[in-house]
Design a protein around this ligand. Sequence first.
Ligand SMILES: Cc1cc2nc3c(=O)[nH]c(=O)nc-3n(C[C@H](O)[C@H](O)[C@H](O)COP(=O)(O)OP(=O)(O)OC[C@H]3O[C@@H](n4cnc5c(N)ncnc54)[C@H](O)[C@@H]3O)c2cc1C
Length: 509
Amino acid sequence: MHIVIIGSGLAGLTAGATLARAGHAVTIFEQFHRAGGVTAPYERHGFKWDMGQLLVEGMGPDEPLGRILAELGLADQVRVRTEDRGYVFPDFAIKKPAEYQGVRWRIDQLRDLFAADAAGLDRYWADYLRFTSVMTLARRMEQDRGLKALYWKLRLYLKLLPLLSKKDWNAQQLMDHYFQSDRLKMVFTSILADFFTAPTEFPGLGVFTLNPEASFDKRMPRELAPDTVQLYYYDVLGGISTLVDALVQQIGSHGGLVHTSRPVARIVVEGGRAIGVVDAAGEQTPADVVIASGGAKETFLKLVRPEHLPADFVERVRHIPLMDSVFMVHLGVDFDPSPYVHGVCTYYYGTYDIDRAITEGRDGVYHEGRDGFVVHVPSLHSPELAPPGHHAMTIYTICPDTLREGDWAELKEEYADRLIAYAAQHIPPLPDHIQVREIVTPPDWRAWTRLDHHAFGGIAPVLGAWRVPHQTPVAGLWFVGAQSESGGGVNQVMPGAYKTARQILVGAS
Ligand SMILES: Cc1cc2nc3c(=O)[nH]c(=O)nc-3n(C[C@H](O)[C@H](O)[C@H](O)COP(=O)(O)OP(=O)(O)OC[C@H]3O[C@@H](n4cnc5c(N)ncnc54)[C@H](O)[C@@H]3O)c2cc1C
């Protein structure tokens, strides 16, 4: 088969590598000048940052992404290291103890801070263990076949039973069930602000997936209890672009092509079937299968066009909930920030009012760093990302794609100054040690990813919201990536694209 893939983000590349290794002719069209989508590297003046990447879940050898890497022959080429993240709230921080203090240390720290909610924290912990077990059994069920898979399914169902009464709850309901303190509820849901999804909109049981305990302390054992296995978070050494480069190389070594600076302007549909693509220069490339990634609205409303799609599908695509963007400052600094940050990745929150933060963001009001920001220092795990004695640091906040008032290009320097000033409250030497400063605004992201509305993590994870399925209503056209049913995050887009490619292979055999 000749397979054309639109987009060279991790979704497109994963599908491409899977299909190229299976002996099919793969051609990838990427509109940007470099492969990788939001995982392309950003290099200036001897520093290298990832455009967008922080920590990735499940890259170990026995974990879902690790297994995909092994099946694609990349396990030895992509080196990873377990990592954890720090959380700083407006009036306290969750501090990883210097000496490891057992799997419950975070819950116990919270029990000390929120004594009135001690019983609720114990109930949360019991359900967290149960949920982790459900996820473990689900992964085993997916991996095995026949009777063994049936066995895991049965076990999974039994484990799930006590959680079933909560399955339609939203995150706010789940938090209200365990806790009285609004501040404590926010400890578990704060990251939803980053997803532009209010706790009342997010699936309740999903809260456990937002808070894997091992992501707060990489020293935890894999297995919390029998059949209760946690996934770790990882840094990709050398930056996530090493994964991009390994995939591109793998595709090339199997005869596949990755064309950069080649935007696709149209997906050619004839008789309800995708038969190729036309690039921006008007050149047509025929295909047996087309796999699109990137924006859902851009793909279906512009590249395919509504006349080739069922009316209800078009209507649903028009209304998929999307996240908004990020404002990012990449810095090259000439000091060691490690005494001031909580490791490679630290989340700083400036408010407990997530609902207000989300409403304002959706209304085009940028909080300028006041509501929180993330500090990521990848050179702490990969010193080669900065010249000797220096560090590559990224500070970012979520922000509206479009400002209600003012213009990103005009305001970006002022916003960068403010963001650095907020960060300096935690990292005092920062302002005096900045040697390189590169600002990334939503219009930059839009151009880099060819989106009309930049949604940094793809679709917003809203409870019950419809998602574009990988198999589209157009025969021979598949849709993968952060705006597809898989949702965003490397740990979602790679397995989603891998499974889609396997499904295409099964259909072809
Ligand atoms: C700031 C930031 C932080 C993040 N942090 C994390 C994290 O900590 N952990 C995690 O797991 N995930 C994180 N993510 C999310 C994760 O990186 C993404 O969900 C994932 O990489 C998206 O991959 P993708 O292939 O779906 O999309 P993209 O990377 O957006 O790739 C799509 C590609 O398609 C191309 N394209 C679009 N239209 C066309 C066209 N018409 N013709 C040709 N090419 C086209 C685009 O140029 C782009 O290269 C983060 C993302 C950002 C931005």
